[in-house]
Design a protein around this ligand. Structure first.
Ligand SMILES: O=C(O)[C@H](O)COP(=O)(O)O
Length: 319
């Protein structure tokens, strides 16, 4: 049976599926030729990450599809309900990348707190005198310890962020309209663990009280969650990180908040109009950037590959 992994698949998944007799094709087929390719090669399982769109039209054009698999969490690039209404199995790997995304949040936070992203741009250009000038300009670096992090969305990734923040000695507050409280289990290397209860608060309060805001919510269908009104509620000099989905923050309002000094720094892993973010965002000196790499680690992709293979075998009863 043939599987098309159109946005690639980790070797762990390829090996596990090949061992069970599947043929895994990792050719990247452009969106406009996808239906023809799937039908021409009798593909029954289509695997994607966030780049390939699996909309109603594609689903209708490919009646032989049995499974659509998302190697990752967000399924906003797939018409999930429609596919399921056609009896197609739609699967994803919700737990496999939480640690990687959460660690990227802290990579951005540490970078912003100590001007790493600015320093990496300027250091190659400095001579003897500028070295000391640059050093002086970074004297206002800050520690994360003791600061308050506001986590918007306490799903798996939000909780993982909370776990790391607690380990760093940060105060954790959270907003999540779906749950009243999250219990975070913090596990230490000697296998001891503690449970920490985090009560959720209204979004407005979290925005008001946090030094750092980090967003872990799905793609928004009714417009931006964080726009000028919400940014205005944040503490002066606060920081915002978005490793969730482009469109959750209004990018225009974010630039205004950075330019006016309301926010000291922002970090974005996701953008409006991916893979072509706006030049204003890409060139802004106060924004730390990554190209949607939250789940792009060796470990996360290995777990994603294995999880997809396991689910496919279980659906198709291949033992
Ligand atoms: O939803 C996800 O899992 C992340 O956004 C990662 O997306 P990617 O698989 O395209 O890197």
């Amino acid at each position: 049976m043939k599987i098309l992994a159109n946005d690639g698949l980790d070797q762990s998944g390829i090996d596990a599926l090949t061992e069970k007799g599947f043929e895994v094709i990792t050719t990247k087929v452009p969106q406009e030729f996808l239906a023809d390719f799937i039908n021409g090669h009798q593909i029954r399982t289509l695997l994607v990450r966030s780049a390939t769109l699996v909309r109603k039209e594609l689903i209708d054009s490919c009646p032989s599809l049995d499974i659509i698999g998302r190697g990752g969490v967000g399924m906003d690039n797939i018409d999930v309900d429609y596919a399921r209404s056609k009896n197609i199995h739609v699967i994803n790997t919700p737990a496999a990348s939480s640690a990687s995304v959460a660690e990227l949040v802290f990579a951005h936070l540490f970078s912003g707190a100590r001007f790493l992203q600015d320093s990496n741009r300027k250091m190659p250009l400095v001579g003897d005198t500028q070295f000391n000038e640059l050093k002086k300009s970074y004297e206002k670096g800050i520690e994360l310890r003791g600061k308050t992090i506001g986590i918007i969305g306490m799903g798996r990734i939000g909780q993982e962020v909370g776990r790391i923040a607690l380990g760093l000695g940060m105060r954790v507050i959270a907003a999540d309209s779906n749950i009243g409280r999250a219990s975070i289990k913090v596990k230490f290397y000697n296998n001891q663990f503690i449970n920490v209860d985090i009560e959720t608060e209204p979004l407005e309060d979290v925005l008001k009280h946090a030094d750092f805001i980090t967003l872990h919510v799905p793609a928004q269908i009714d417009g931006c969650m964080i726009g000028a009104k919400e940014l205005a509620k944040m503490k002066d000099g606060a920081v915002i990180v978005n490793c969730s989905r482009g469109g959750v923050i209004d990018e225009h309002d974010l630039i205004n908040a950075l330019d006016s000094g309301k926010l000291s720094f922002a970090a974005l892993d996701v953008f409006n109009n991916e893979p072509h973010p706006s030049k204003a965002i890409l060139n802004h000196p106060k924004i730390s950037l990554t190209p949607h790499t939250g789940a792009s680690t060796v470990e996360a992709q290995d777990r994603i590959g294995l999880s997809l293979a396991e689910q496919i075998c279980s659906i198709l009863q291949t033992h």
